[in-house]
Design a protein around this ligand. Structure first.
Ligand SMILES: [Zn+2]
Length: 360
């Protein structure tokens, strides 16, 4: 965990309120810092290790978060992730839902397990959440953590089930790398988002696109582990000794050693120059000298990219243009700096879903 965040009061404009940040209870200082400095809403995420007493630890983190910020976090029990995850949607804990109300959580998240290919379990996850909603007087978000190929394989069924749901859906996608690297998965996601009640959780920068396409809320993860759900047998995440820096020009996370290497060979000033509230027009290779600086830049950049898309008169078109520029730039950096700078697959997957004319 880097040093506490330096003063940089840049509140999230009201248009960005649906953009939350998903952080682990183990990174509580970061969660507090991101809320205080940027105003992002926070989704606190329990440990996926049952030996760490996830519910009690999450409850304690929620209280500490409130003491330090005066605000309430959303609470993700995270039963659907990790090597010992719960499979399937049955057995939601009513006492945990009631506990979230006591703790002041603004949205009550169900503690459903992971669904790997069984559409009947999706029906069950939604029905159980609806049942909970009928006895609770705060809005319930049905956690739907599914293997990403289900969006491709059960698109019609998912659209029907979600469309008929009386509760909002918190959709987290499982995949070994990037769940949104598939054209068909992004296509299905766009259709689900058009229903106006799907909140992507544990998502990467595609969360900005999701907001442009009608998501009432998204939560973007602070770490690779929280930007999608890894398969049960794979840990995943950045194992480099370097921190990750978000490179706005390519809309990708790169370890900082790679950023410095590429900055010495690919010298396009406009590419490296960053307009975020931390870098303030400096090149990221110069402005970012520590992990703490990278954290400020990373989240200021997420905020500024989201602001650019959502303040545009046509957010969807603006998102497609941003993906297009990032993809083009990535090819240029790759041609000068070599492997490791290939465009992120999600960019192409979104672009392949761009209509010839984006309807108004
Ligand atoms: Zn920056």
């Amino acid at each position: 965990m880097p040093e506490p965040l330096a003063p940089l009061k840049t509140p999230v404009p009201s248009a960005l309120r649906p953009l939350a940040i998903q952080a682990s209870v183990e990174n509580l200082d970061l969660a507090v810092g991101l809320h205080l400095e940027f105003g992002f809403d926070i989704v606190l995420t329990a440990s996926s290790d049952p030996r760490r007493n996830p519910y009690a630890t999450l409850e304690a983190a929620s209280r500490t978060f409130y003491e330090r910020t005066g605000s309430y976090a959303q609470l993700d029990a995270n039963r659907y992730a990790g090597p010992n995850r719960k499979m399937g949607a049955s057995d939601l804990r009513v006492d945990w839902a009631q506990k979230q109300i006591q703790l002041g959580a603004p949205l009550i998240l169900t503690d459903a397990g992971y669904i790997d290919g069984d559409i009947a379990q999706v029906r069950e996850a939604i029905a159980s959440a609806e049942e909970l909603q009928s006895i609770l007087d705060k809005p319930v978000l049905a956690t739907l953590a599914v293997a990403a190929p289900m969006l491709r394989n059960f698109r019609t069924e998912l659209v029907d089930l979600v469309g008929n749901s009386t509760v909002s859906i918190g959709l987290a996608l499982g995949h070994a790398a990037d769940p949104l690297s598939s054209i068909q998965v992004v296509g299905a996601l766009i259709e689900l988002l058009s229903l106006g009640k799907v909140h992507p959780r544990r998502i990467d920068l595609s969360g900005i696109g999701a907001l442009a396409f009608g998501a009432p809320g998204v939560s973007i993860g602070t770490t690779a582990t929280l930007r999608h759900v890894y398969p049960a047998k794979k840990g995943g995440g950045n194992t480099s000794q370097w921190w990750s820096t978000l490179v706005p020009g390519t809309m990708s996370w790169r370890t900082h050693d790679k950023v410095m290497d590429a900055a010495s060979t690919f010298t396009d000033h406009h590419f490296w120059q960053c307009g975020c509230d931390y870098c303030f027009g400096r090149a990221i290779s110069i402005a970012i000298q520590s992990e703490a600086a990278a954290v400020l830049h990373n989240f200021a950049t997420i905020k500024s990219l989201a602001e650019r898309v959502l303040s545009s008169p046509d957010s969807r078109l603006s998102w497609f243009e941003m993906c297009q520029h990032a993809q083009t730039y990535a090819y240029e950096v790759m041609s000068e700096s070599g492997p490791g700078w290939e465009p992120q697959d999600y960019l192409g997957a979104w672009l392949s879903n761009k209509p010839v004319r984006v309807p108004n």
